[in-house]
Each structure stands twice: as C-alpha cells, then as structure tokens.
Design a protein around this ligand. Structure first.
Ligand code: ASP
Ligand code: MG
Length: 407
C-alpha cells in the first residue's frame, strides 16, 4: 500500500461536475489500495474574485485581513470535495491548513512553510479516511492565519508529500504536462516526459505557470518526485525529478517567454561606490522587482545604468527614482516599453559552450535586435522587442530542434 498526495488546481475543481470528476480520480487511487491525501485550490477564479471584492473596499487592504479573506476560497472546495467523496461511498475528512498542521513564518500574503505537524492527518489516514487539505494556507506559531502566495497550493502539496514521506506527489491541472514551450502559440511545442528540478525551477521562475516556483524548490530540497498531469484526460504527464534521464543529452529543453517588459535607463549616475546599492535598496524597499541589470561608464566618468522591470511596475519605479533624485544624484531617466524576454533553458548548457552564441545567431538571422542579456548556468535570456517575441520563440524552438526528440 502506498501513500499518494494528489493536488487539484482551481480549474479542476471549478464546478460541481468537476468536483465529482476529482472525486472519481481520488477513488481510482483508493481502489488501487493506496492511502490518499488530497490538496485543493479554491474553485475556478474565486480567489481573483475575493481580491477584487477587497479592492472595492480599500486600495490597500490590511494583509492580515486579506489572508483571512482568501483562505475562505480553499475552505469551500475542501468541504465540497469531502461531500463528493462521501457521495461516492468513500470516507473522507476535510482539514484547513491549520488543522492539517501547516506552520508558517509570521508573514502575511507570502509566508514560507516552517514546519508540517502531521499527527492529525496520520491519525485520520490510519482510520482509512481520505484526508482533504486546503492548499495555500497555514498558521503561525502565535495562531495567525497566513497564505503562501498566489499559486501556493502546489507548495502545500509538496510540503505534505515530504513530511508524510509519500510515495508520489501528483499535481493535477488543466494541461497535460510541462511543454517545451507554450503550445497555444508555438508550432511543434511538445510535452516533455521528464524534466529536472533545476530546469523546472528556471521555467517556473520565467513564468511557466504550471508549477509554483517555491513548490519546485521544496521538491528539490526534499527530493519529492512530482508528476504534473491532466485532471481531465487519463494520460501520462511530465515527471519532475533530480535527473531527467530520458532526455539528458538535450542541450536546450524549453523556451520561455514573457511580454510587458520595460527597460529603464538611469543616465549620468554619480560613479560612487554606493550608488548601485542605494538605487537597488531603494527600489527593493518599494517591492519593485528588478530583473536584468547592465552598467556602463561614460567618458566623463559617470555611470549609466539600465535595468528591466515588469511594465506594470513602471509608474512606481519612476516615482521612486524621482522622489530620490537628490540622494541618487543622476541626470536623466529613460524608459523603453513594449519589450519582452525570451529565454532558453537546459541543464546540458553547463557542459556545452556556444549555446548562447547559437541563440544570438538565430535571433540575428531573423533580424531581431537584442537589447539586454542575462545568463545562469542553465539559462540564457534576451530582452527583445515585444513584436518579435513569438517569432523569436518559434525560431529558437526550431533551431534547437525541440519538437523532434526521439524518446
Ligand atoms: N487559490 C490560490 C490562488 O488562486 C492558491 C492556488 O490556487 O494555488 O492563487
Ligand atoms: Mg496553480
């Protein structure tokens, strides 16, 4: 007998019909003789709707009360799923995050899990019950309700799988697995059989919405083998594990892309030892996420600094820079909008020089100008004009032959 953690996302529990379908998938596992812990998200877009309600009352609602509000979404789906399982003749019990022993740091809105106290779950499992746990929520040591950040139910599932030493952690979602790139836009996009934690982490951080980055990090740290699969179709998904054995030899495994990027340039910054730290500390204090950074020195000895941000953060960024003009001592600010970021990801890059060169060759031969670049051991990202984004992704996907792998 095995212990399986199954996680179902918002779309998968988006209606009564779909909840009944989830109950069927849970039942399948119990019929195989497995113990099952199920983690669910809030139904459909209900978390978004709760956020909208709050914003109608206050532009900046209290973070504590936001957590209080948003955690109700998951509470609805756990209760309904438990009833659905009863209806199908299974004994089940639903637990909120705190009842399930998910302990977090004392931070509202984006808390990290610090401990999982599994006694309550284990006791119910030993009574042959299916245990259903609300994703995305926990409790602090002092008894405050917290949430794990948008998309955080994945992290709940992985944390439970690690703490319970589950045999498997299956992430059921509305796609059939992890793809080489987004099949909605790119011809030849192909589902991967397996992918490594590090590659998945890069892709998740680059906006592949299929898994929460923190869940992947957690899975890597505790060596939880994940499988991303469809809640609707009974077909194989994508396995995320330490070594993606199937396609080890591939240099590039996926191409990610993101639009709505802006490049901000600060001209004539005093070239002092502290100017960089002052700028980025100031931006960080205002929760502005800076991605790629480039610095150059002018002939006059001043510094020009460019960095990329999400376009939605532009107004705030300009305001912060204006407000601190005296402290930062720059001459002028420029902003270039309508940019995008295209990235190639693959563990094979570590041992294969020339991958970045090949990427730039492909972009150049398609007359695509590269505005900024950043790299990690297993990733190369280029900022290019938004209008060229899909053309670039398609060209890279073709050039690295991502659609035609023999497995
Ligand atoms: N319901 C939460 C959200 O929409 C958590 C999740 O779905 O993972 O972000
Ligand atoms: Mg999700």
């Amino acid at each position: 007998m095995g212990l399986i953690v199954q996680k179902f996302g918002g779309t998968s529990v988006g209606s009564v019909e779909r909840i009944m379908n989830v109950a069927e998938r849970v039942k399948d596992e119990t019929i195989l003789g497995n113990q099952v812990v199920v983690v669910v998200s809030a139904m459909g877009k209900s978390t978004d709707q709760l956020v909208k309600l709050a914003k109608e009352i206050s532009p900046q609602p209290s973070k504590r009360e936001m957590d209080m509000l948003l955690t109700t979404g998951e509470q609805v789906s756990i209760a309904l799923l438990s009833m659905a399982l009863n209806q199908k003749g299974l004994e089940a019990v639903s637990f909120t995050g705190w009842q399930a022993g998910i302990v977090t740091e004392p931070v509202h809105g984006n808390a990290r899990i610090t401990d999982v106290r599994t006694e309550a779950i284990e006791s119910q499992l030993s009574h042959r019950k299916v245990v259903i746990v609300a994703g995305f929520q926990g409790i602090t040591e002092s008894g405050e309700i917290t949430t794990l950040g948008r998309g955080g139910s994945d992290t709940t599932a992985v944390a439970l799988a690690a703490a319970l030493k589950a045999d498997r952690c299956d992430i059921y979602t509305d796609v059939t697995g992890v793809y080489t790139t987004d099949p909605r836009y790119i011809k030849g996009a192909r589902q991967l059989k397996s992918i490594s934690y590090d590659e998945m982490l890069e892709l998740a951080n680059l906006g592949a919405g299929v898994l929460h980055p923190r869940a992947v990090e957690f899975a890597k740290n505790y060596q939880v083998r994940l499988e991303v699969r469809s809640s609707m179709e009974k077909i194989e998904g994508t396995i995320i594990e330490e070594e993606a054995t199937m396609e080890q030899n591939l240099v590039v495994r996926g191409v990610a892309f993101e639009d709505q990027i802006t490049k901000v340039t600060v001209l004539g910054l005093a070239n002092s030892l502290t100017s960089l730290s002052t700028i980025f500390t100031t931006l960080a204090q205002h929760h502005i996420n800076v991605d790629i950074i480039i610095q150059s020195t002018t002939e006059a000895g001043a510094a020009n600094l460019s960095f990329s941000i999400k376009t939605e953060d532009l107004m705030e960024t300009l305001k912060v820079l204006e407000d601190h003009k005296e402290l930062l001592g720059y001459e002028q600010i420029d902003a270039e909008n309508q940019l995008s970021k295209v990235s190639i990801v693959g563990s094979g890059m570590i041992s294969n020089p020339g991958v970045a060169a090949r990427m730039f060759e492909v972009l150049a031969s398609n007359q695509i100008q590269v505005k900024m670049v950043s790299t990690s051991e297993i990733k190369v990202s280029a900022v290019i004009e938004e209008e060229n984004m899909l053309k670039a992704v398609q060209a890279l996907h073709n050039a690295f032959e991502l659609s035609s792998v023999t497995e």
